[in-house]
Design a protein around this ligand. Structure first.
Ligand code: PGA
Length: 269
């Protein structure tokens, strides 16, 4: 894992956004794996700015979101489809038909999961997957104890996740306790993974993901198995890491290597 520790949430968003911008500029028809939650919002704002200023176009891009509440259709204000339209898709030049969110209103949710997997495979799989992390270490809606090789499926939410997300629902409003989520095995097939975490309340989960054992009880620890996972965090989210200084040292060495390679490439021209 590449651990990038930055000073604040704004720097995390900017760093993460640049990975997506570079990816799409390199391959216009990239398949982007997207996420909901509060953490990605600032990254999406960076993508909107970059798109509107002509720095990147998503006209050929394809997206697949990680998860959706089961029982909410896309017009429901708390659905993740609605969130994505509001926070990103309506403000950039991506074609709506190229955006995919698991169907929360599927009549047969089990078949819908299989179809979602096939749709991703038909597009050649995800090039870059964006992730947040839950306080309990979940990625997507893969709650603790999720199989490390799980695929897209119906998943029951923990009480902790339901409580964390209750802030988005008004009092008395129906809040789903089931979801459709890409599995951990599905997520690990992305060619690159970018996980963002900010704030003190993510520090335990970040420590368990990076320095804990590989274990289903911390689903994000599965990223230890991925060959190109970038963990972008602010100082507060990094505050419980035992080896934070070492990760910063690795990053500064990485940067030197990148400058050296860039220099080599420019000499070869
Ligand atoms: P948050 O959610 O960004 O709202 O903290 C992250 C997650 O649960 O994956």
């Amino acid at each position: 894992m590449q651990i990038v520790i930055l000073k604040d949430a704004a720097s995390v968003a900017e760093y993460g956004a640049n990975i997506f911008i570079e990816q799409v500029n390199k391959k216009a028809d990239s398949v982007l794996g997207l996420a909901t939650g509060s953490t990605p919002v600032a990254l999406y704002q960076e993508l909107i700015k970059a798109n509107q200023s002509g720095q990147v176009s998503f006209a050929e891009s394809i997206s697949f979101n990680l998860d959706e509440y089961l029982g909410l259709d896309g017009s429901h204000q708390q659905s993740y489809r609605y969130f994505m339209n509001e926070q990103l898709f309506n403000h950039i030049d991506i074609k709506q038909e190229n955006t995919h969110v698991p169907p929360g209103d599927a009549q047969n949710p089990v078949d819908a999961c299989l179809e979602y997997e096939s749709a991703m495979a038909n597009k050649g799989g995800v090039d870059v997957q964006l992730l947040g992390i839950g306080r309990n270490g979940h990625i997507g809606f893969n709650e603790p104890s999720s199989g490390l090789r799980s695929r897209t499926r119906v998943k029951t939410l923990t009480k902790e996740t339901i409580d964390d997300n209750a802030r988005f629902f008004s009092e008395g409003e129906y809040q789903p306790h089931l979801s459709i989520t890409m599995g951990i095995g599905t997520i690990l097939e992305a060619k690159k993974i970018v996980l963002l975490a900010t704030g003190e309340n993510k520090a335990d989960a970040v420590r368990d993901m990076v320095e804990g054992p590989l274990a289903a009880i911390c689903p994000a620890s599965a990223l230890q198995l991925h060959q190109d996972a970038v963990i972008v965090i602010d100082e507060a989210a990094a505050s419980k890491l035992a080896h934070g200084e070492f990760y910063k040292h690795i990053e500064s060495e990485n940067q030197k290597l990148q400058s050296y390679l860039a220099e080599l490439a420019s000499q070869a021209k």
